[in-house]
Write a new protein. Sequence first.
Length: 484
Amino acid sequence: MADSLKSTSLLTSPFSIPSPNSPATELLSRWSDTLITSPPAIIITPNTEQDIVSAIKFARLNNLTIIPAGGRHNAAVPITSNTLYLDLANLKSIQLDKQTSHVHIGGGALTGDVMRHLAQQGYFTAMANSNAVGVVGCLLGGGNCSQNGLIGWMADNVVSFRVVTASGDMLQISSSSTGEELALFNALCGTGHGLCVVVSATMKAYPLSSLNLSPASKDDPSPSIWSRTLIFPPTAIDAAIDAFLAASPPPDPMNVIFGFSRGPPGTPFAGKPIVLLTSTYYGPANEAEASSAGSILSNPSLVEKAVKADTVLVPFANANNTFDPINVHGGFKSMSSNRLARLSPQALKDAYGKYLAVTDRYPDAVRSALMFHSFNPSKMAKIGATPEGKARFIEDRDRGFCTIGVMWSTEPATRDALAELYDEAVTVLQKDDEEAGLPRRVFPGIMKFLPGRRDLLSEEKLAELDRLQEKWNGDGLFWSPYKA
């Protein structure tokens, strides 16, 4: 492919043409090596919108499929010799407008950079819990975040997009747009990958003072998040499950996360199975302690079963730092997420049994984990009842649980076994919802490669998504995870 590329003189930005014999995973560093089958035909790093227009013309002349990349964290995106890899790393501007309470975020900006930039100026917006994740890529898939209970998903907080379409047109679209541009805006808010190149997004920004966060300490006035973490041995799983479910749904400012993991290297639990129960509160620490969920997590009868129990105040700008170790690039990794309305104790125990069996059998799966995020869905359901909320491509907003499977291995056989583990675990966990007649729903932005289409949206919304793909990406110029 590299020898046959033509009209590189059209390109107005830096580019590189890999040798077909180059090690693909060394040349293109991503969070996961999954689905990198060969080097891309070309890597283009645009500096301007016009550079993107030039790249689109070049892709058409060479029959290439464009993949825009921000944080390089979506393991479901395949890289082949027919790929034009559009690296948006240079489009990472962050501009806060305090008069409008909006923040303008470039298509290549990373979560950690945006969080720190806003926090320094006393603001925040809906963000993912990984510093290394691209902001725009995350919100195009809905954007699960720690502030779900307060301000909704990331996609609920989008004001407008600046995009370049497959025809090379530059558009500014928002909920005030009309016709097909409005329809495109709504689809970008939830299932937006593969419709166009998003150059930037404008999101709502909120004063940190509105959260009434406690200071980190007497000597450090940094607005800080109350965080409580308990670690249990497997023998205490029943108590941990009961506490998690009793604390759900938590108050609006709180998140509760329950999970199965193995102790990280360098800790007393290294390689051993552990059960995690952790909570964060986006409000005053005394409110967190006094809440029913806070009381449950501090109950002496629960604490005595834990091998570790800590309560700390984390400066807002550092909220994601604890997850930095999993941001390392390389290895066979993927993430999957399903949204559930209910969970039973037995389903969680059965899922834990499956997790133990697979991670016992495959030592290179030691960094894999199954997590369960609980939040109060009332705010999201309220947003979904508005005309704007109904129009966006986010459904089943009354579900207050998200399952998150982090599947991480170094061997292909283990990768396949972990994928099977997650499918089996979800089948068990989904049983209560299925008995209630609720359809399975995946989280579009965190996809195993790839989910069944029926699990994404209702048939009506899927039909509209297909229509919009035909309208805006009819010849398949952009790779899409959602096409039929």
